[in-house]
Each structure stands twice: as C-alpha cells, then as structure tokens.
Design a protein around this ligand. Structure first.
Ligand code: FAD
Ligand code: SIN
Length: 530
C-alpha cells in the first residue's frame, strides 16, 4: 500500500506529526497493539511550560541544562522551551481540560504544579492523569480527520530501504516499513515518500520499569539496523518513586507528590534522608540525584523500599490533587492521606535515541524521528521532569512542517520486494523467547542500573553477545511474531546502551560509574555509528 507519509507510533509525538501533515497529505499511522498502548497514555505529572508571571524562558532553559548536566544542545533547549506556550495553546484548542485555579483578580489561570529540578511552578496538568487526557484529545482529532488512517495491531519489523527495492539502487533512502499484521500473521510492505518513527522508548530492557509492555526500543533498533546513528543511549533515566508492590510492578507515583510537599523517609529510622544527599534541593533535586539517594539508602540499610509520605497535608488536598493515585492505592489497602507509600526507583525514560536535527531529520534520507525514540539534544545527561511530552509536541510539529516544506523534493517510492517467508517455519520453541526476555531484563537491571562499574558492563556485554547468536538464529528460522520482533529489538537496545556506557569514561547525569566517578571538563555526546 502506498501513502504520502507513514508514521510509526500513535502516542503524543506520532499523532502531533500526523495532525500537522494531514491538512495537505494522506497519512498512515501504524501502531503495535492498541492505539493507546504507548507511554503517553500513562503520563501523570504534566507538561512543562513558562506560563507564570514570575517565570522566564531563561530559567526553564537553565533548569533543563542543570538537570542535563551540561550535555544538552543549547540550540535545541531554546527551540523547545520557547515553543512550549504555543504547544499548550494547541492542546487547549484540541480540548485538553487542563486544571485551572482562581487568580488574585477572581479570574482563572491554568494551575501549575511543581516537580524536581524546576525553579518555578510550571507544570500544566489534568489532575494526575495528564497523559490520558492528552492521548484522548489527539486520538479524537486524528480519528475525525479524513486524511489520517489509523492502523492498530501492526508490529513494524524493519525499515524498507534502498536494498529492498526491486531494482536494487543501494541507496540509504527509506521508503517505509515492513509490518506484521498481528491478527493474520501476514507481513505487509507499507511504502511512502516519507517515514516518521515515533515509537517511544526502550524502558522494558530493564526488569523494573514504569514504561508499558511495548517500550522495547523498536524504532531505535530499526533505525540503527538501517544505518542511522544513535546517541547517548547510556543515559537511561530511573524515576525515584515507583510503587513497591509485589503484584503491581510498574505503577508510578508522580513527582508532583514531592512537588506538593511529599517527604522521602527511611522506614528504619523514620527520618527524612535527602538532607544527606542534596541539602538545598532536598526531595526536589533532579531525578538522577534522588534516585541515587534512594538506591544508596536501600543498599546501606538493606531495605526493600523507602517511604514517600504526604500524609501531613490535609486529606482533601491530597485527594483533590492525586485522585488517580489515591484510588489505585486505596485498592491496594494504602490510604495515602494517612499512611506513607512504599517506593523504589525504576527505569522510566530513554534519554538517548536516534540522532535528529531541529527538523526531526535523521541521517537517512526520507526518515524522520520524533519523541522518546530520539536524541534531539533537549535532555542531555538527564531529562528534566515534564519536558518529554513537550518534546513530542514541538518535534511532532517541526517534522511535519519540514516534510510539507520539502514535499516537492521527495520522490515517489519505487516497487519493493515482498517479505520473504520461503525459508522460515512456525516456531516450536516459544519458551526461548520468554527465557531470553527475562534474562536480558534481569542482567540489565543488575549490571547496567543506577550505579555501574566497567566489570559489570563487560559482563552484560558478554551475555549480549551470546544471546545475539541465539536470537539471530531463531529470527532466521522462524516466522516473526510480535514477541520475537520485540525480543530482537530489546537485545539490540541493550547492546547500544552497554556499548555507549562503556564509551563514557566519566560520571555525568544518569551515567554513574564507580570506575570513573569524576565529571570531565568537556561534555561530549556518545555517538554510535552503525
Ligand atoms: P509513546 O507514547 O510511547 O508511543 C509509542 C508508539 O509507538 C505507540 O503507539 C506504540 O504502539 C508504537 N510502536 C512502538 N513500537 C512499534 C512497532 N514496532 N510497530 C508499530 N508501532 C510501534 N513525560 C512528561 O513530560 N510528563 C509526564 O507527566 C510523564 N509521565 C510519565 C509517566 C509514566 C508512567 C511514563 C512511563 C512516562 C511518563 N512521561 C512523562 C514520559 C512520556 O510519557 C513519554 O516520553 C512520551 O509519552 C513518549 O511519547 P512518544 O509519542 O514518543 O511514544
Ligand atoms: C511524573 O509524573 O513524575 C513523571 C513526570 C515525567 O516523567 O516527566
């Protein structure tokens, strides 16, 4: 099937790009599983933007670069932050019901909450379920648009490039994707003049992650295999406060709980501990600092978790600000208005990814990438809270604008080879997939986590090499399934993370290694070239 533009991913980044393109072009949006299966729908805290009278772009830029430990590209940081108020206006136009509060004149302003690393209140939100409101509004607009076709249940396998053309050209030009129809098991070639990857992060490479099941780094792995550079993959962000519960494994407790006064407490001593790690910013230090502090308390005292306590605030205040979290915890027997919440750090966000410029262009002609699957220069060595949905909106629009601008220069796609299934059979050993998934996630957690050493990274690399033979052998002999596609991409992402971590001979932001505890004077990206 031929389209003007193909977008892989139906989260904030993909749908923003689709809506920007659809005024002039026919757009196909492909998504693995359901249309709401990405991280966007799970976002809690909100979206950062300078909207308060006392706040400035300069302050938001400075906070972003301080959190990012100087690895950010200033040009990108300015580009995104200056466009944030416009992005919020656009979401309001689409019907996102952001919370408001009465101002001194009796009128209403957007209610701004606060999160770690921000020097001002600047987070717009819809209660504590901002992502669901944003996802629903974008999806409704996309469903209503006659130029947008939404195809869920399609697991994209690989990019179609010059080497898949029927008349081999050998060019690195990208012409679309091969995608598995999850219902029929058939693989289809979808071609277009331009392709946009908006596939989200690779969080599921870790045993404990707040990210949804499908965050397996597919877009990053596909772009890498097709020949695009990836950057800063060692910068995996761990959120300090994921609920510790043996049944519910990946429920986030938003940073806004700390923003609205929540304290972190050592359950053994009953005392706040952030004063020992960051005496000035305490619980509102950037995420890397707070996650490392919790990790250190847990290891030093042999704890299973620490406590996050907001029970000193009035019960009505807590219920009103955090209705989703309150309900969820009540269902588990925890009343957060009266009791502390047991929390642990968990992987949360992929700061690295496919290298892009300010228009969302990758290294490969015809291929754009937007959102969490990219490394745009915004986050540097550690993402500032609530800057990531913002990045999706700004880069979704920027990529759409560039494609529209360049449209006349894009050739129509040539005929391409059909997916070849002549040498594969149905798998008779699904157990291998499950075993390998579990193994990768466990050694990544233990060897490539919050605190690293070269020896542990080398052990992880050794495991990856062994698994690579097994997975490639399996991939070469059996028909693809979504599980197999994800396993292959998970392993590819793990490899990119470990290689990047071994490249960086310093500790900076999220990459903290006992072998190189100092930060080098010059901040340099880790760029891997295929
Ligand atoms: P996603 O929303 O993850 O969407 C990815 C899309 O790609 C999905 O549609 C998926 O189906 C599709 N896809 C993936 N692989 C394939 C494939 N092979 N074939 C076809 N389709 C594929 N950020 C903030 O700024 N503020 C917050 O408050 C916030 N809270 C968060 C809370 C949680 C629990 C989590 C996990 C993240 C949070 N984040 C937050 C981060 C933010 O939600 C994400 O970075 C952002 O939503 C990513 O959007 P995206 O469009 O890039 O990808
Ligand atoms: C949160 O609500 O704590 C998550 C915010 C983010 O990831 O930016």
């Amino acid at each position: 099937m031929i389209h003007d533009v193909i977008i892989v991913g139906s989260g904030a980044a993909g749908l923003t790009a689709a809506l920007g393109l659809a005024e002039k072009l026919k757009v196909l949006v492909l998504a693995k599983g359901t249309l709401t299966g990405g991280s966007t729908a799970h976002a809690q805290g909100g979206i950062a933007a300078v909207l308060d009278a006392g706040d400035t772009f300069e302050d938001h830029i400075r906070d972003t670069m301080v959190a990012g430990a100087g690895l950010n590209r200033q040009e990108t940081v300015e580009f995104v932050i200056e466009r944030a108020p416009h992005a919020i206006d656009r979401l309001i136009e689409l019907g996102v019901p952001f919370n408001t509060a009465k101002n001194a004149d009796g009128g209403e302003n957007l209610h701004l909450t606060r999160e770690g690393g921000h020097s001002h209140r600047r987070i717009v939100h819809v209660d504590d379920a901002t992502g669901w409101a944003v996802q629903s509004a974008l999806l409704k607009a996309a469903e209503d648009h006659p130029n947008i076709t939404l195809l869920p249940g399609r697991s994209c396998i690989d990019l179609i490039t010059g080497r898949h053309e029927l008349r081999y050209s050998g060019s690195g030009r990208v012409w679309g994707v091969y995608a598995l129809d999850e219902a029929t098991g058939k693989v289809e070639a979808h071609t277009a003049r331009a392709t946009v990857l908006a596939t989200g992060g690779a969080g599921r490479v870790y045993q404990f992650s707040t990210a949804p099941r499908g965050a397996t780094g597919d877009g990053i792995a596909m772009a890498w295999r097709a020949g695009a550079r990836v950057s800063n993959m060692e910068m995996m962000q761990f959120h300090p406060t994921c609920l510790y519960n043996l049944e519910v494994k990946n429920f986030l407790i938003t940073e806004a709980v700390r923003g609205e006064g929540g304290h972190l407490i050592n359950p053994r001593s009953g005392k706040r501990f952030m004063e020992f790690y960051d005496p000035e910013r305490l619980e509102l230090a950037p995420r890397d600092v707070v996650a490392r502090a919790i990790d250190s308390e847990i290891k030093r005292f042999g704890l299973d978790y620490v406590h996050l306590d907001i029970s000193h605030q009035p019960p009505e205040f807590v219920r009103e600000h955090f209705p989703t979290i309150y309900e969820k915890l009540m269902g588990l027997g925890i009343d957060m208005t009266r009791q502390p919440i047991p929390v642990v750090p968990a992987q949360h966000y992929t700061c690295g990814g496919v290298l892009i410029d300010l228009t969302g262009r990758t290294d490969l002609p015809g291929l754009y990438a937007v959102g969490e699957c990219t490394e745009s220069g915004l986050h540097g060595a550690n993402r500032l809270a609530s800057n990531s949905l913002l990045e999706c909106f700004v880069f979704g629009e920027a990529a759409a604008a560039d494609i529209l601008d360049q449209w006349d220069a894009f050739d129509a796609p040539p005929p391409v080879k059909a997916w070849d299934e002549s040498r594969v059979t149905n798998s008779d050993e699904e157990v291998i997939i499950k075993q390998n998934w579990t193994e990768i996630r466990r050694f990544m957690w233990n060897y490539v986590g919050i605190v690293r050493t070269t020896k542990r990274l080398e052990r992880a690399q050794h495991r990856i090499k062994l698994l690579n033979h097994e997975v490639e052998d399996y991939y070469g002999h059996f028909r693809v399934t979504t599980d197999l596609i994800e396993l292959r991409n998970l392993l590819q992402s793990a490899d990119l993370i470990v290689r990047s971590a071994l490249h960086r001979h310093e500790s900076r932001g999220l990459h903290y290694t006992l072998d190189y505890p100092e930060t080098l004077p010059e901040a340099r990206d880790t760029v891997l070239v295929p």
